[in-house]
Design a protein. Structure first.
Lengths: 156, 433
């Protein structure tokens, strides 16, 4: 399920090629999901900075500052994505310079699966939440539409 | 095994594998680690009693791996679950008593962990009277940790020296042939295994093994294992060595029949290549942590397949120049420094070694691999490594969808076409030791 928020946060602001920072959560050591996302995002024409697995919150914050990406994509498949993601986004949003950076999360976010996490994670500060049960398409569409959505907002 | 004069010193583990090899028997070994002493002891006893030449495994839990022994002690006190045997929390005396109760001083046991900083673990296993473990400065750092490679190299150097000093004849296996479990072309797996073996030798070990994980093609794997043996013979003089094969570590078949067929194919591969030891996988692997019964079944199935393997009937080895490619990688690293630790650091910094799809900050990340139309692993991009990439006809870039198909290539082949539609998303597969 994709839950792009109409009201809060911000969207990737560039048209065309975007700089996307891909990261896992602090407790998740899986990497094939991150490699898959990198290949897919590159195929879509984006530039990818992939900072890998088991990323502590402080490191993610530092890398967001260093690279200033157009969008941050968090992927987790170990079932702790809900807990890790909620804590991480709270800390990131508490940094004034990162409060409006577009950050989305997706994967297998809980051990019991399914759509109960989306709203909580949106409320915690994510701009969109993608659960693996819906497949990759909603995420792909979100990224494709995001730059144009920003244009529309600008001209509205 | 190498014959050299004077014979290098080998403890219980190296001796047990050499004795089985002399009888023409493949040694089979499970992955296994339970938190409680009674369960761990029962598991080891069941492995020893299996109808096969076996060695035992004590896999450590995640807290112990990262040195958080307080959490391991708390979990033991609370009766909460741990994913392995907390050797430090139990203490050397408890572990010694458990091993004594097995009442078989000849039964060889390896401690498995996965730590890039293993000094405390090496100290604990030596104190408990154990004499074998595995890993390596590259193979336990790049795939699973954020530890800087230079810290892992220093820690492994000190750990090797401690092990060699405290337990003469102790055995150390390089996990270098298993990088990321899947999608790494064989020449690089062979080279890293040999380089870690040389590292162990430089730091005082006299009994080592080199690993290789079964990949996507029997003829290519057969060529790789022959190359590994040839290079071990050339670079590990004065050290007793053997080769250990891992049954496929990537996305595993979902059907019992498919899983067992893949396990048997690895046993045949081990037997026809003269491989001395094999780490098995179970049919339960794709769904849950295997039980002792699952493990014993897998050990016996693998041993039976190895006994009846017919070299003439198995697919022959490729002749693709894999030995030359692996040797070029080894030589390019040796040229950088006489100290193997510094040579490895230089090699990764320059991209002379560059593991495809490895996201560690100390890996250059300029290489990519693919499974070709014949099922063999090939280089799509070789970065700065002294090997040549052979792009597939028609498509020179890896698509995300193509990559998913490659991750599941072996699963699909062994499960058969009927299961394609039921194949699970392959991205949650984990390939840890």
């Amino acid at each position: 399920m994709a839950l792009p928020s109409p009201a809060q946060g911000s969207r990737p602001a560039h048209t065309g090629k975007q700089r996307v920072l891909v990261s896992s959560t602090s407790s998740d050591s899986h990497t094939w999901n991150l490699v898959f996302l990198q290949l897919m995002l590159e195929e879509m024409g984006n530039q990818v900075i992939n900072i890998g697995a088991c990323v502590p919150d402080e490191l993610l914050i530092a890398e967001c500052r260093r690279h200033r990406p157009d969008v941050v994509v968090i992927s987790s498949v170990n079932g702790h994505g809900f807990l890790d993601g909620k804590r991480m986004i709270g800390r990131l949003r508490a940094e004034p310079d990162l409060a409006r950076m577009p950050v989305v999360i997706g994967g297998k976010l809980g051990t019991r699966g399914s759509s109960v996490f989306g709203r909580h994670l949106m409320d915690a500060g994510f701009d969109a939440v993608f659960e693996d049960s819906a497949g990759i398409e909603p995420f792909r569409s979100y990224l494709e539409l995001a730059p144009h959505a920003a244009e529309l907002e600008a001209t509205a | 095994m190498t014959a050299s004069v004077p014979a290098p010193r080998q403890g219980r583990f190296g001796t047990a594998v050499a004795a089985a090899a002399a009888r023409g028997q493949l040694v089979v070994q499970p992955r296994m680690g339970m938190p409680l002493v009674a369960d761990m002891q029962a598991g080891l006893a069941a492995v020893r009693a299996a109808r096969a030449a076996t060695v035992g495994t004590i896999t450590l839990d995640s807290y112990t791996r990262v040195g958080d022994h307080a959490s391991a002690r708390r979990a033991l006190a609370d009766g909460s679950d741990l994913n392995g045997f907390p050797i430090v929390a139990h203490g050397a005396e408890v572990t010694r008593r458990m091993l004594g109760a097995l009442d078989d001083p000849g039964f060889a046991i390896q401690v498995r962990h996965g730590s890039p900083l293993p000094l405390g673990i090496v100290q604990a296993l030596a104190d408990a009277g154990l004499d074998a473990t595995e890993g390596g400065p590259v193979s336990y750092c790049l795939p699973y940790s954020r530890t800087p490679l230079n810290e892992a190299v220093d820690a492994w150097a000190r750990s090797c020296e401690l092990l060699a000093e405290k337990v003469p004849g102790a055995h150390l296996e390089s996990f270098g042939g298993c990088m990321l479990g899947q999608m790494c072309p064989p020449s690089l797996l062979v080279a890293i295994s040999v380089l870690e073996g040389i590292f162990f030798k430089q730091h005082g070990l006299t009994s080592v093994s080199l690993s290789y994980a079964q990949q996507t093609s029997f003829p290519q794997d057969r060529e790789a294992l022959a190359a590994l043996r040839r290079l071990a013979g050339e670079y590990l003089t004065g050290v007793a060595w053997h080769v250990v094969l891992y049954t496929y570590m990537g996305v595993f078949p979902q059907t019992e029949a498919g899983a067992m067929a893949l396990l048997r194919s690895s046993a045949v591969l081990a037997q026809v290549t003269g491989t001395e030891r094999m780490i098995v996988k179970t049919a339960a692997e794709a769904f849950r942590i295997p039980s002792v019964v699952d493990n014993v079944q897998a050990l016996e199935e693998a041993a039976a397949a190895a006994r009846t393997a017919d070299s003439a009937q198995a697919s022959q080895a490729d002749d693709s120049g894999l030995y030359e490619e692996a040797r070029a990688l080894v030589e390019a690293v040796l040229e950088l420094d006489t100290d193997m630790g510094r040579a490895l650091l230089g090699a990764f910094a320059r991209g002379v070694l560059d593991v495809p799809f490895c996201l560690h900050a100390d890996n250059a990340g300029n290489t990519r691999a693919y499974v070709d139309s014949t099922g063999r692993l090939q280089w799509l991009a070789a970065g700065a490594m002294p090997v040549r990439a052979v792009a597939p006809a028609g498509a020179s870039r890896l698509t995300a969808d193509g990559f998913l198909t490659m991750l599941s290539h072996v699963q699909h082949r062994f499960d058969g076409p009927v299961l394609h539609s039921r194949a699970r998303f392959p991205l949650t597969s984990s390939s840890k030791a």
